[in-house]
Design a protein around this ligand. Structure first.
Ligand code: MTE
Length: 325
């Protein structure tokens, strides 16, 4: 992965270029004040705040908080999560997706689901929004570059899609193909990756309830730079596995090639589970820097195996995770 460095060799985030969400922020501070009077303890406050926000009313994309699947870590401010992005179709600089993704036309939008399934189908965004009850899940997302964020995503388990299309016995993997349209995406001209950006999962990984088909974040639809109108979020894997702006989902027999694996096979494997014990060939993966919290200059916190999502460990029982990185 390209890591942009400042002249003194330290990778620095860029200031937000997004208009702050005045309405959203004021609602959150209001809820916070109410909660402050009613309950004590940071964790309780955080939970009450989230519950109120998710249930609540002013959210443009209402979703019920899934407490069991939500991290209690402090959430990354929306302005950071929507201005420090990797979306190479809009440029390799962290600030470029927010700057250029305005040209992405997210409606009408369809996702074709095909391959080894009994019921292939093409769904538009409204059908996807209605396919299953929307949940809010606060997930940690750890980028392979060594930074992480904590984001309240909105969506439902990808398992809901699997149920709907009924894979055949030949479906061993799922391939995610994303939009590659030169007219809307200035980065497509570059040869930094092979387009379209594709990713893949083993079918049992895709069926794990943590695998989130994601349609929104922070109470609203996804900003374009975060992968609108539909992306995956796989919190136990490095961020690049979570493909943005998906147009096709293929159930296949053989392990699909993926963009990052094609570009640097020794650096980016098919599995790419967060693993502090397996370093990237060019840097350590033992620690990370939380965007919006930790200082810009240093990685402060230890990275956890599977990013702390130990629920998934059984998917990899008996596998040598150094070999299947
Ligand atoms: N999806 C597409 N289509 N193109 C990309 O360049 N970058 C990946 C992933 N999905 C990428 C993508 C990487 S490297 C990361 S870390 C996450 O998106 C970043 O998601 P975020 O910007 O919402 O934090």
């Amino acid at each position: 992965m390209l890591i942009k460095r400042s002249p003194n060799g330290i990778d620095l985030p860029f200031p937000s270029e997004i208009t702050p969400r005045a309405l959203y922020e004021s609602r959150r501070s209001f809820i916070k004040q109410i909660a402050l009077g009613a309950v004590g303890g940071a964790a309780l406050l955080e939970m009450a705040q989230r519950e109120a926000f998710a249930q609540g009313t002013g959210a443009k994309l209402p979703a019920k908080l899934n407490q069991a699947y939500s991290a209690l870590d402090k959430q990354t401010p929306f302005k950071d999560a929507s201005s420090y992005n990797n979306f190479y179709e809009f440029g390799t600089d962290k600030s470029e997706p927010a700057r250029y993704a305005g040209t992405l036309k997210t409606r009408p939008w369809t996702v074709a689901i095909e391959g080894e399934v009994k019921k292939p189908m093409t769904l538009d965004i409204d059908a996807l929004l209605k396919l299953a009850p929307l949940e809010e899940r606060v997930y940690r997302l750890r980028c392979v570059e060594g930074w992480s964020m904590v984001i309240p995503w909105i969506g439902y388990s990808f398992a809901e899609i699997i149920k709907k299309v009924e894979p055949t016995g030949n479906a061993k993997y799922v391939e995610f193909v994303t939009l590659a349209d030169k007219k809307q995406m200035p980065g497509i001209g570059s040869r930094v990756l092979q387009w379209p950006y594709t990713e893949g999962l083993r079918i049992d990984e895709a069926n794990h309830p943590l695998a989130l088909l994601t349609l929104g974040m922070y109470g609203d639809v996804l900003p374009n730079q975060n992968g609108a109108p539909v992306r995956m979020v796989l919190p136990w894997k490095y961020g690049f596995k979570s493909a943005k702006s998906i147009v096709k989902i293929r159930f296949v027999k053989d392990q699909p090639r993926t963009s990052w694996n094609l570009s640097a096979p020794s650096e980016y494997g098919f599995y790419s589970n967060v693993n502090p014990e397996v370093d990237h060939p060019r840097w350590s993966q033992a620690s990370e820097r939380r965007i919006g919290e930790d200082g810009f200059l240093s990685r402060k916190r230890k990275t956890l195996m599977f990013n702390g999502y130990n629920d998934v460990a059984s998917l990899y029982a008996g596998m040598d995770l150094k070999k299947f990185y």
